[in-house]
Design a protein around this ligand. Structure first.
Ligand code: S3P
Length: 443
């Protein structure tokens, strides 16, 4: 028996909320903290399932990582050469970031390891990391001609390369740079557009020289990482859900505290501002090399826009919730150049067109995006929608219920714990009602 979630329409959303720690930054904090010399103390680490899988993987390789009573994570780094062979398969669950980043690291470790994950993760493309790693000398075998996990990795000595990545992907970039840390010589990655740059920023904070020349980033092998104390900013990809909820529900005013506003992640803010959203950035500050601010969001009338393909990598995780904003805006919104959405935790183009279409949205699937005719009067709701096991699709559908005329029921392994533990309670603080009920048996 799996549970379903029901999101009920209601009055304005009001109040202030903190956000869970950034998922991308949390994975990297665990990885670099484990590879550092000395101890790292990580504040506000995301304790979502994805990051806890990464923690478990490093524990299986001999790293002492533990949560202290106040919630701070203490990681005793073992250095670049201190990991030990895991005694079992490393199960990364639903996490593409965990699997791809670890593949890069493990390729250069002197032991054997196997990476696997859930049904969704085992169906996602791994060739994009296997190809450059094999060029560096890695010995990797995977299903479907190295395209899918499980991946079996016999670590070996790697040689630095100059890699021209065909996709703007921070996971690919980071996998190659992690392999580059253990490789001989210099490793550089060039990408077609800037993907999130948390790896570059955090490596620098850990004391590793990182060179950047436009869209090319390079590291030299065998650096020393020095343990540090770090605070993980709130995740803008999680903030996106209460943000759009506040924009859509009349009379709402919500303040999101301590949100990361790294320019490589703020595509959604730019898009919503261009649509006429009332969002103010307050108390801009710095947290461990990452810019942070509080965001005040008020209910707004939105206008449809054409999304320039260059913005796509900067908003890549936000298209499910962006599509909901567009579905309630005046006029047409067109998203193109976003074919990467088809290989996320679900095929997000299909999942979102189907899920929002059920609530009355006028939304058309394109091969590489979506065409949306907005309904400024709001969506009807009143339907059961499928999350396809995708946390961001599930949260989008729940927000659609808070803003629709009638409640929306979300089924289909709607596991938001992946990235936003306590999502329903957090929305509850603002006055949004989301309840969990026993559901039908799912296949
Ligand atoms: C991530 C990069 C992005 C993003 C994912 C997290 C990261 O994936 O979608 O949620 O932490 O590096 P791609 O690199 O595949 O675009």
């Amino acid at each position: 028996m799996s549970s379903q979630l029901i999101a009920h329409p209601g009055g304005p959303l009001r109040g202030e909320i903190p956000l869970p720690g950034d998922k991308s930054i949390s994975h990297r904090a665990v990885i670099f903290g484990s590879l550092a010399e000395g101890e790292s103390r990580i504040h506000h680490l995301l304790e979502g399932e994805d990051v806890l899988r990464t923690v478990a993987a490093f524990r299986a390789m001999g790293v002492d990582a533990r949560r202290e009573p106040g919630g701070v994570w203490r990681i005793r780094g073992v250095g670049l050469d201190g990991l030990s062979e895991p005694g079992d398969v490393l199960d990364m669950g639903n996490s593409g970031t965990g699997m791809r980043l670890l593949a890069g690291l493990l390729a250069g470790q002197p032991f054997f390891s196997v990476l696997t994950g859930d049904d969704s993760l085992r169906g996602r493309p791994m060739g994009r990391v296997a190809v450059p790693l094999v060029r560096m000398g890695a010995r990797i075998l995977g299903r479907d001609n190295n395209r899918c996990a499980p991946l079996a990795i016999q670590g070996t000595e790697l040689i630095g390369i100059d890699y021209l990545s065909p996709v703007a992907s921070a996971q690919v970039k980071t996998a190659v740079l992690l392999a580059g840390l253990t490789a001989s010589g210099r490793t550089s990655v060039s990408e077609p557009a800037l993907s999130r740059d948390h790896t570059e920023r955090m490596l620098t904070a850990f004391g590793v020289p990182v060179e950047r020349d436009g869209l090319i980033v390079s590291v030299t092998g065998r650096p020393r990482l020095q343990g540090l104390e770090l605070t993980v900013p709130g995740d803008i990809s999680s903030a996106a859900f209460p943000m759009v909820a506040a924009l859509l529900v009349p009379d709402s005013e919500v303040t999101l505290i301590g949100v990361g506003i790294n320019p490589s992640r703020t595509g959604l803010l730019d898009l919503l501002l261009a649509m006429g959203a009332d969002i103010e950035l307050l108390n801009a500050r710095d947290a461990g090399g990452e810019p942070v601010a509080d965001l005040r969001v008020r209910h707004s009338r939105l206008r449809g826009i054409r999304v320039a393909p260059e913005v796509v990598p900067r908003a890549i995780d936000e298209f499910p919730i962006f599509a909901l904003a567009a579905a309630c805006a005046e006029g047409e919104t067109l998203v193109t150049g976003a074919e990467e959405l088809r290989v996320k935790e679900s095929d997000r183009i299909h999942a979102i067109a189907l899920g929002l279409g059920r609530q009355g949205a006028r939304i058309e699937e394109l091969p590489d995006g979506l065409r949306i005719q907005g309904r400024p009067e709001g969506l009807e709701g009143g339907s059961v929608a499928e999350a396809f096991g995708d946390h961001r699709v599930a949260m989008t559908l729940m927000v659609s219920g808070l803003a629709a005329a009638r409640a929306v029921t979300v089924r289909g392994r709607a596991n938001v714990e992946t990235s936003f533990p306590g999502f329903a309670d957090t929305m509850g603080i603002l006055g949004g009602r989301i309840e969990r009920v026993a559901g039908e048996k799912e296949s």
